[in-house]
Design a protein around this ligand. Structure first.
Ligand code: MN
Length: 721
């Protein structure tokens, strides 16, 4: 990890810069920026007791690691003068030109933001950072370096501040560094965050690593000799380096329940070769000598990660029967792996560095495009930030178009999300989907590496309103909504008329009788509409079902409310008193049922649904059986003490071996009773449906996680009926 350079001087920085910048005008600008900053910060001190200028010098020094260009380095030196020394952007622009001034202005802006917190101002500010970010990616790169230096000197702050800054860094900045592929800075940030957030775990790992270091170094050296010898024998020019796993990645694995000794990629090496072809040859040679561990091979050369990372990964049984994780890559791939988006600096395309990087960013990192899309469609700042957080920082999956393009989507996305990501027209005209050569329903949950083909039909009348309950991405949601608001009333009326005619025929009613003036008048009365046109329009826009209208006078159609009630109360224990489980603001003494369709447990985000005469049914917010626009929804909160509650989970397994015992014992290890257990066999996999009794969402997630770790289990999810 890079160290904080307490005694840094401009000469030390300059020496480093000169290793890759030779243009004398550029070097002069950097020197001028230093002179200016040093004069302006004169007399100011950091909390560390150092002269203030030590900080901007360190930020610039960090940036030389990724070979930042002269504009970025100059801006890094100047990044605090506007904020701390009352210098105007205009002055910077006059002295250093527009580009550098823009960078300084961008950094100044985003440095005023405070990400932790939840008031409107903060949220607005978060929005600005993302917008600023899109202007010039170098702003965020300087911000990352600035934060890294601030993390390096975090020891001067109170424990509370150390923790809050670390948390913010881990929440907001390291994911961005990861997206930009800036591995070196990301790893340093993560390690520092861990040290302050979980000092016990951090030092425990450090001690463990130190205790086993000699042994590991010995094994790795032996393995390196072996591998080098066989590669030389086959005439492959290469370099091998032992590789230490980052402390943070070890922490993440321990956190998932692995034991220290089991983290086999503690023994790791990396092989550098000249060409892509050499990568594959080296792999073949290594596999012929050392047995590979099944399912551990990953070809990120043919299928790069979306942050552009490329390498071959394999795990082999190496010397002394120990497992070694081996990465094979070219020097070029290594540069991208370490510097990510900043790797373009080394191309030295004069004057167009920014354009190249910006282009790369927009092309490869769909993340930014989604943000820009959101920016256009979300009016409300709070919504915007929440959605961005959800989409950007939640787990993502990567799927392919039939032509092999990678599409990035949030976990749980459907073919509809995919279709809208590809193109609005593809989404609007989608009628079906083929995933890995199989026809799937449109609400199918995509998995990473699925190959997705969308079937479109030009005669399609457009998306269905139902899709709004199915899609995951805001992009798809907005586009579907846009479709419906765009389609004008006439289209609704036309479609509504068609649908109602069809439904009337389907119900075997006589058309002329049904549409007689007398009959229509009764229907308008019954359904409280002013005109038949209005009914058509409501059917056409999906607000009203044609069936409801067709059967309006026949029998009382089962209302949506009753349907929900029926679903919710089916199988639930009506005699139990749930009133103490949740509280409802402003209402005491109301009967409360937990919906049996989604089975909320303590800790779930919940919402109440008022059912006339029956009290309130509590659903999970994500439950599709309640629509979020319904007026009958009310806010409810969990009370502290709740008994164990039943909830349903689905476990998919793809093995013939009997792992049921395994699953059940994992569950009972968590002190979680199983109330119901049901196995469905199908061609591809077995699906186990079960009802478990849990204290809280936390406990449920722990159980699900434990089950997920069992070999042969492919998926664990909560079930909503
Ligand atoms: Mn700073």
């Amino acid at each position: 990890m890079a160290k904080y350079q307490k005694n840094i001087t401009f000469d030390i920085l300059l020496e480093k810069v000169k290793t890759y910048i030779t243009d004398s005008l550029e070097l002069e600008t950097i020197a001028k920026a230093y002179e200016f900053a040093s004069e302006k910060h004169f007399g100011q001190k950091r909390l560390t007791g150092d002269d203030y200028i030590v900080h901007p010098l360190n930020v610039a020094y960090i940036l030389t690691r990724i070979k930042a260009d002269y504009e970025t380095l100059s801006a890094a030196l100047l990044h605090d003068v506007v904020e701390d020394c009352a210098v105007s952007i205009k002055e910077i622009e006059d002295l250093f030109g527009e580009n550098i001034a823009n960078l300084v202005e961008g950094v100044t802006k985003i440095n005023k933001l405070n990400f932790s917190g939840d008031n409107e101002m903060v949220i607005n500010n978060q929005r600005k950072i993302l917008v600023g970010l899109s202007g010039d990616v170098r702003i965020i790169i300087i911000k990352l370096a600035d934060r890294l230096n601030n993390m390096q000197t975090l020891f001067v702050h109170s424990e509370r501040k150390q923790k809050s800054i670390s948390k913010e860094t881990l929440d907001i900045l390291t994911p961005i560094a990861n997206r930009l592929g800036m591995n070196t800075i990301k790893q340093d940030l993560e390690e520092l965050c861990l040290r302050y957030l979980k000092p016990d775990e951090y030092y425990n790992i450090v001690e463990n690593l130190n205790a086993t270091k000699a042994e590991r170094d010995n094994s790795v050296a032996k393995m390196m000799d072996n591998v080098s010898e066989i590669l030389n024998k086959h005439g492959i020019k290469h370099e091998i380096k032992g590789r230490s796993k980052s402390i943070y990645s070890i922490y993440k694995k321990l956190e998932k329940g692995k034991r220290f000794n089991d983290i086999f990629d503690l023994l790791a090496l990396r092989i550098y070769v000249d060409t892509e072809q050499d990568c594959y040859q080296a792999l073949g040679i290594i596999h012929s000598k050392f047995k590979p561990k099944p399912n551990r091979f990953k070809d990120y050369i043919a299928m790069p990660k979306t942050n552009m990372y490329q390498s071959l990964h394999t795990t082999v049984f190496g010397v002394d029967g120990q497992l070694f994780e081996i990465q094979i890559r070219t020097y070029e791939m290594d540069r991208v792996a370490e510097y990510g988006i900043a790797s373009h600096w080394s191309y030295k395309e004069k004057g167009s560095v920014k354009a190249v990087m910006q282009n790369e960013m927009e092309q490869k990192l769909q993340f930014f495009r989604s943000i820009m899309d959101l920016k256009k469609t979300q009016d409300n700042a709070e919504d915007f930030v929440n959605k961005v957080k959800e989409e950007v920082f939640q787990n993502t999956i990567y799927v392919f178009t039939p032509l092999g393009d990678v599409i990035e989507l949030p976990n749980g996305s459907t073919p509809i999300d995919f279709a809208y990501k590809v193109h609005t027209n593809v989404g609007d005209k989608a009628t079906g989907a083929i995933v890995n050569s199989n026809m799937v329903p449109l609400d199918y949950k995509l998995k990473s590496e699925d190959i997705v083909k969308i079937i479109t039909n030009n005669n399609s009348t457009g998306p269905s309103r139902e899709w709004l309950n199915i899609v995951q991405t805001t992009q798809a949601k907005n586009k579907i909504k846009a479709f419906f608001s765009k389609a004008n009333r006439e289209e609704y009326i036309k479609r509504g008329e068609e649908l109602l005619n069809k439904e009337v025929r389907k119900q075997k009613l006589v058309l002329s009788e049904f549409f007689s003036d007398e009959n229509i008048a009764k229907i308008l009365e019954e359904l409280k509409f002013g005109s038949l046109q209005e009914i058509y329009s409501n059917i056409g826009s999906g607000k009203l079902s044609a069936e409801t209208v067709a059967l309006a006078l026949q029998k009382k159609e089962i209302s949506k409310e009753d349907k929900i009630l029926e679903k919710a109360s089916k199988g639930s224990d009506k005699s139990s008193n749930n009133n103490s489980l949740v509280s409802i603001a402003g209402i005491d003494d109301i009967k409360v049922n937990l919906a049996s369709c989604c089975n909320p447990v303590l800790g779930d985000r919940i919402v109440g649904y008022i059912t006339k005469g029956y009290g309130v049914t509590v659903h999970r917010m994500v439950c599709p059986n309640v629509s979020n626009r319904d007026e009958r929804l009310i806010e409810v909160k969990w009370n502290e003490v709740v008994n164990k509650l039943p909830t349903n989970i689905l476990v998919r397994i793809n093995t013939n071996e009997n792992i049921l015992v395994n699953i059940v014992s994992k569950i009972s290890n968590n002190d979680v009773p199983v109330r119901r257990f049901n196995v469905n066999h199908s061609k591809e996999d077995d699906v186990i449906e079960m009802t478990v009794l849990v204290n809280s969402k936390e406990q449920l997630l722990k159980v699900m996680n434990d089950i997920n770790m069992i070999e042969g289990v492919t998926e664990v999810e909560r079930l909503i009926k």
